[in-house]
Design a protein around this ligand. Structure first.
Ligand code: HEM
Length: 507
């Protein structure tokens, strides 16, 4: 009996393996070159994941600018020619940008799927809130709130003597808390407790720790590891959601318009329970922080590492202080318009984003259709396949950016000191030269706020701190998050800092 079971088991395995090999896709006429990879189902996922840039560069040499690869059971057609990006981005009718992103979000955050008719609401109703509350006029109050919160957090540290710490850990603590307070407001009821300061500190530390646990697991969950197997991660997510239950969130003071509007719309949805509402706020917390934190690290690190960048950034900040009659003896205030004019800091941030961004833009084909590339070549795309753009290939292209791997603080400044917008490839001007925020309909709605908050952070650091980088080596990028946005450094870099003495107790 046991023998029979064993042989049945092995027969089954052989059948499954044969099935997986035999169902390998064949390239049809008019389709791009196809690489199935050796491993059934997995395809080339492991090679791609190890180093996407290296993988795509080698396949570009082999197949040209458009090719299809099997990755974890799905077929991805990569379009590498930057002049053909528009052809993909403008394909609203045949390509869906939400399918992939929403599936990933559901896996990680476990919130309700609003495409389910039982909620009687669509993403199209929820989505415009981002633009209404994060862009245009709405950016002014957000910027002012972030300005106050950043200085509140900086002053709290009381670091009046030289302190040695990692640049990442320093930037993380300040930006996370200030960004959190700006969107989700202050938890004033903790202030009523006897040990108010410690209670607030413990509250924020817990949120940061939970965020780190969830964020570290993010790539694994998106790759398919079920969250219930990662019980610590699930507990961290639920802990965060517990803090975002509407009954608590509504008591916070200085809630941003974004969160207020999201609370109102979720409260109007019948059948949406309180935990599901709270989990959507966890997703929002992640979107607002996960890329901003490493982007802030790289901007600060490169600014401190380059003597010219530091000198010119200081000059820009000092000039603005002088023009606006402000002193760093007290809290300073830079408005959105002031920040828009800080082009040196803008260029430092753009350059840091260029060097560290590795996001992937994915669209899913709604139908079989023909995509016409810039070269007029037509390629057939099958329904259900994904089209992928990988802007890091542009960001590090030596034909577009001279010495592409080097940080040049003024790379994005023109001869008048304004933002440079003209970049060429093969002598041709093109628009998609820097895409850390994606493009088209799915472009990051928080991009203006993100750049503003990093500018504020850098400007305030220069106003309020003395700083010295202790190690000039550039840490390698941690590729394990490639595809998800800004890459983190593999390890932190030590530096020392202190609040300028004159600011003691006055911020
Ligand atoms: C340096 C910082 C940031 C970077 C590099 C970044 C990058 C991105 C990217 C690449 C996407 C996906 C775009 C696509 O699929 O084509 C995205 C989406 C998104 N980002 Fe950002 N982001 C940053 C900061 C922020 C901030 C501060 C907020 C909000 C306060 C935010 C809110 C969002 C939201 C809500 C989405 C999803 C939009 C949708 O569903 O269409 N991001 N971001």
């Amino acid at each position: 009996m046991a023998d029979l079971t064993v042989s049945l088991f092995f027969t089954l395995i052989v059948i499954v393996i044969c099935f997986l090999f035999l169902t390998k896709r064949k390239r049809l006429d008019g389709e791009p070159p196809l690489e199935n990879g050796w491993l059934p189902f997995i395809g080339v996922a492991l090679q791609f994941q190890r180093n996407p840039l290296e993988f795509l560069t080698s396949r570009k040499r082999r197949y040209g600018d458009a090719f299809t690869c099997r990755i974890a059971g799905k077929y991805f057609t990569f379009i590498l020619d930057p002049f053909s990006y528009n052809a993909v981005i403008r394909q609203g009718k045949n390509l869906n940008f939400q399918k992939f992103a929403i599936a990933a979000s559901l896996k990680v955050f476990g919130h309700a799927d609003f495409s389910d008719p039982k909620y009687n609401i669509s993403y199209e109703e929820i989505h415009p809130i981002f633009r209404q509350t994060l862009q245009g006029a709405a950016l002014q109050p957000l910027t002012l709130s972030m300005m106050k919160n950043l200085q509140f957090v900086m002053q709290k540290s009381k670091a009046y003597d030289w302190t040695t710490e990692g640049v990442y850990s320093f930037a993380f603590k300040i930006m996370f808390e200030a960004g959190y307070l700006t969107l989700f407001g202050r938890n004033e009821y903790l202030l009523a407790e006897d040990n108010a300061e410690e209670a607030q500190e413990a509250w924020m530390t817990r949120i940061m720790d939970d965020f780190k646990v969830l964020d570290n697991a993010f790539p694994h969950i998106v790759a398919g590891v079920p969250i219930f197997l990662l019980w610590k991660v699930k507990a961290a997510r639920e802990d965060l959601a517990g803090k975002f239950l509407h009954e608590y969130l509504k008591k916070n003071t200085n809630l941003s318009e974004l969160i207020e509007k999201r609370i109102n719309i979720f409260d109007r949805i019948k059948n949406l329970d309180e935990v599901n509402k709270a989990r959507t706020h966890v997703a929002m917390l992640w979107a607002s922080q996960a890329n901003t934190l490493p982007a802030t690290f790289w901007s600060l690190f490169y600014m401190l590492r380059s003597p010219e960048a530091l000198r010119e950034a200081r000059k820009e900040v000092e000039q603005l202080l002088q023009d606006t009659n402000q002193s760093t003896e007290t809290q300073v205030c830079f408005t959105k318009d002031h920040l828009d004019n800080m082009t040196v800091l803008g260029s430092i941030i753009d350059e840091a984003l260029r060097l560290s961004s590795a996001s992937i833009m994915i669209r899913v084909a709604n139908e079989n259709f023909i995509l016409t590339l810039d070269s007029r070549e037509e390629i057939k795309i099958r329904k259900g396949d994904c089209i992928a753009l990988y802007p890091q290939m542009i960001h590090l292209d030596p034909e577009i950016y001279e010495d592409a791997k080097e940080f040049k603080y003024n790379r994005f400044l023109d001869e008048n000191g304004q933002r440079k917008t003209c970049f060429l490839k093969n002598g041709r001007k093109f628009k998609s030269f820097l895409l850390p925020f994606g493009a088209g309909i799915s472009e990051c709605p928080g991009r203006f706020f993100a750049v503003n908050e990093i500018k504020q952070f850098l400007a305030l650091i220069l106003c309020h701190y003395d700083l010295e980088l202790q190690n000039m080596d550039i840490p390698p990028l941690d590729n394990s998050r490639a595809g998800f946005g800004i890459l983190q450094p593999k390890y932190d870099v030590q530096f020392r800092y202190k609040l300028k003495r004159k600011n003691r107790e006055k911020l």
